[in-house]
Design a protein around this ligand. Sequence first.
Ligand code: SF4
Length: 276
Amino acid sequence: MDLGGLPRLLPCGVAHLLGRKMIEIKLRQSWINTFLRCPEQARQERFGLVTQRETSDLLRGNAVHAAIEYAGLALLQRGERVELEELLDVSDSFIASYASDVEVWRQDYEPTVDVCRKNLECWHNELFPILEPEAVEEQFTKEIGIRGNVRLMMTGTVDWIDKSGVLWDWKNPGRHYQAWEKKRWDIQSHAYTWAFDADQFNLGVLSAGKLQVIEIERTPEQKEAFLELCWSLVPTIMSKDETWPQNWSGWHCSPQWCPVWQAGKCRGKHLGDNPW
Ligand code: SF4
């Protein structure tokens, strides 16, 4: 297929509409976050030049997500509120099934199982009783708009849409967040409230068996500003440059976190695996 000199745009998808060559660009909120931390890392991930390593952190988050999804579906499909023991079994089985995929164990197997159990107990006791799902793990793809020959799309998956109208996302970090930072800077809450025409997005943060709820409200003005942020990425995505700007300033630029560094590219090419 002739891509009109834009071969590196293949992963974004290309549409031919009305005889005019349209370029369709799909954004995910997680990729926007990566772009804002380091555009070069985002480029390498977008074009499949590097991939993130599987970590025990990811396994922990996925196990808790799987158990909560199970609880949501049981309520939606059978009207049953599952007991805690059933949720713990889902989490334990998930970890046993996917542990072999983990490349980096930041936390050992048993403590990972233990933290997931504590987090789920906390979720089951403190949040589940007040939740009523309308949908769980709901995928969306929505058009942001068309400018010139670019059609910009947003895609993603929301963890839990509650009948109260609140969107929920589950986080399982090593420690609780600063709420004011999330309210001021969080990208995901903008993307998902825009996509579902909602105004309330809650983070259910589960860490070491303790719950933190961060309630984030997104106004129409905040969503409009977010859409302009999305458009601001387009010239870089459309560029034919061999590299995008590197951002060294922050925790992300290290052999521990950056897959580009880990692949021996960018700073990793010069500084190796153990620079400090
Ligand atoms: S090594 Fe640093 S500058 Fe290079 S891609 Fe990774 S985060 Fe960006």
